[in-house]
Design a protein around this ligand. Structure first.
Ligand code: G3I
Length: 339
């Protein structure tokens, strides 16, 4: 690590040790939820990972452990062994838990995608899945991403017809998933979660129309903006406009997967730009009444999906470095919460 970076991280650590309030303490004062995605491996194996998570966050979400491919190894078999580790940790440390995700085209088990199922069979399997998972986590998970990333990136921004669910069931699979979820547990908050639909534009218009239709049927309660965005990104007028129109539908909002990837190599200037991005994004959420939570996708650069996904071109996207030291971004989030 660059020497200046090490020094600034060290100063922040000292501040934390000297009794500065943590993110979760500051967030609680603002009646806001600040959280992170959690990977089960380090949750089980690394004390620093556990300590940081329980000290800093009042909400969490599994990065992978609640996805269908892992929970449903066979049609007649559910495996909650990994998922339960997070549910237990969250309950023991008074951390709210979001569920991610019941239906996502990228997490379809092989037995399902290769199974040559009819529309009715696929609907039945989806219903069994949603019902069993929601009942298993009843009282433990307060909000679920029912459907994730269902809308195409390109015009006419229709429901994806190239995925297992779209091809086998048709575009109404989205509404069906929400119907099954509402029936399985009427007390939880049901989210539609999407990327690239944060500001105004064709894709966010499509999300708005979908949510409006679901809302008219009382099937959706929240919209997640993923926000996997580059360092330097900030919400502006278009994001405020989108948040306000969604808020008028009566849904709550959350930033669900925030990270600011830094194009390598990392420099002190880029870390400062990243800190500004984190500060402005959190300030934006706090200024919009519909926003209830902000979660980052992981919290330590040691365990982030970005370097693997970008083949090392991008990295250092989170607020703690690979040694669990707070980065300038951490101090910037604290600052936003203080204002
Ligand atoms: O655990 C296995 C390991 O046993 C195996 O050896 C290895 C070989 O590939 O794979 C490991 O599983 C990987 C898993 O991450 C855990 O690291 C999967 O291959 C890999 O596909 C999976 O990637 C995840 C991806 O979603 C797909 O599920 C990422 O960690 C996760 O960060 C990413 O998260 C998504 C959100 O759910 C939705 N929004 C976008 C976001 C980023 O892509």
């Amino acid at each position: 690590m660059h020497r200046c970076l090490a020094v600034s991280a060290c100063l922040l650590t000292v501040a934390a040790a000297a009794g500065e309030a943590s993110l979760r303490e500051m967030a609680a004062k603002r009646k806001f939820l600040v959280g992170a995605a959690v990977a089960i491996g380090p949750l089980v194996n690394e004390t620093e990972y556990q300590d940081t998570l329980k000290r800093e966050f009042n909400i969490c979400v599994p990065e992978n452990a609640f996805k269908m491919a892992g929970l449903r190894p066979a049609r007649d078999k559910f495996d909650f062994s990994q998922a339960d580790k997070l549910a237990e940790f969250a309950a023991a440390n008074n951390i709210k838990l979001r569920g991610h995700t019941l239906v996502w085209h990228q997490s379809v088990p092989k037995w399902l995608s290769d199974g040559k199922f009819s529309r009715d069979e696929a609907l039945q399997i989806m219903k069994e899945h949603i019902t069993t998972v929601l009942q298993h986590f009843k009282g433990k998970v307060y909000a679920w991403d029912v459907v994730n990333e269902a809308i195409h990136d390109k015009k006419p921004y229709a429901i994806r017809d190239d995925s297992f669910w779209g091809k086998t069931i048709g575009a109404d699979y989205v509404e069906k998933a929400f119907e099954f979820a509402r029936a399985a547990d009427p007390n939880i908050i049901l989210y539609y979660n999407e990327y690239g639909a944060e500001g105004m534009g064709g894709k966010s218009d499509a999300v708005y129309e979908l949510v409006k239709k679901l809302r008219e049927k009382k099937l959706v309660d929240g919209v997640g903006w993923q926000c996997h965005v580059p360092c330097g990104w900030k919400p502006g007028d278009a994001h405020a406009q989108n948040a306000e129109r969604l808020g008028k539908l009566g849904v709550e909002l959350a930033i669900t997967e925030l990270d600011f990837a830094i194009k390598q190599p990392t420099t002190p200037e880029k870390l400062q730009a990243q800190a500004d991005s984190y500060r402005d994004t959190l300030k934006f959420c706090l200024s919009q009444p519909a926003f209830k939570a902000l979660l980052t996708w992981g919290f330590t650069d040691k365990h982030s999906w970005i370097p693997g996904f970008s083949k090392g071109k991008n990295g250092d996207a989170l607020v703690f470095d690979a040694q669990y030291k707070p980065k300038p971004a951490y101090g910037a989030m604290i600052e936003a919460l203080k204002q």
